[in-house]
Design a protein around this ligand. Structure first.
Ligand SMILES: O=C(O)CCC(=O)C(=O)O
Length: 234
């Protein structure tokens, strides 16, 4: 369970880290699987010829166990609301980053889009965060400050005009998970360390869009953060 203080920090900062959300041994097994999928040799840096490669989603026992760890389900209830999210089937989009002299070319600040408008292309985002209850960062390797941790602007409301916001780094260990507000501004960065970085950044799927006018005032922390960003008294 997240403490009341952690929930409040999620509302103000836009993220909370759940250390050891799933077992390290499970994370190690997942990483070994992902290494095989890359077709690269973990023991031969000469094979790491690109700064980043992206693997798509994987289901199966390993990834389902990580995605549905009980600590995470409890935290989803606390941050999104009981009955307001759908359990994940596997994990997807693994941007795997390697120590490399070239710029990865995908390290700009952004919020995640969450749905595609019919007849349009790309990913869109709306105020009620259609299609995304949370952005999640699942760590599958040891990630120190030099190992391309995701950069985070500390601010749940995602104010793009806030250059002076504090910066946080999604460092940690295999099995740690960062639960982030869907409007969190974040960015990748080049890898300056030695060990490739393995991370998944799937969405948590909501049952419906955020509700920003609740008659009973029972707003979730995700909704509260949006309301505060809008300057609402809720
Ligand atoms: O790799 C990372 O650290 C973040 C990647 C990211 O934000 C993205 O692909 O949208």
């Amino acid at each position: 369970m997240l403490t009341a203080r952690e929930v409040e920090r999620f509302v103000t900062d836009g993220f909370v880290c759940v250390p050891e959300a799933f077992p390290r041994a499970l994370a190690d097994e997942c990483r070994a699987f992902l290494w095989r999928e890359t077709g690269l040799d973990p023991d031969d840096p000469a094979t790491w010829t690109k700064p980043v490669i992206r693997l798509d989603g994987y289901g199966g026992e390993l990834f389902n166990a990580a995605a549905n760890a009980s600590a995470l389900h409890e935290a989803f209830d606390q941050l999104v609301g009981t009955g307001r999210w759908l359990p994940r089937d596997g994990l997807g989009t693994f941007p795997i980053r390697f120590p490399h002299p070239s710029d990865p070319g995908d390290a700009g600040w952004h919020m995640e889009g969450s749905y595609t408008v019919e007849g349009e292309q790309g990913y869109w985002l709306n105020l009620r965060s259609r299609g995304r209850a949370l952005l999640m960062l699942f760590l599958f390797s040891d990630i120190g400050p030099d190992d391309a941790p995701t950069r985070i602007k500390v601010d749940a409301a995602g104010k793009l005009d806030s250059p002076d916001r504090a910066l946080a780094l999604a460092t940690g260990h295999p099995g740690d998970v960062y639960l982030c507000h869907p409007f969190l501004i974040h960015a990748a960065q080049p890898h300056r360390g030695h060990e490739p970085r393995f991370m998944a950044q799937p969405p948590l799927t909501p049952v419906g869009p955020l509700e920003l006018r609740r008659a009973d005032g029972a707003y979730s922390p995700v909704e509260l953060a949006v309301l505060r960003g809008l300057g609402s008294p809720a």
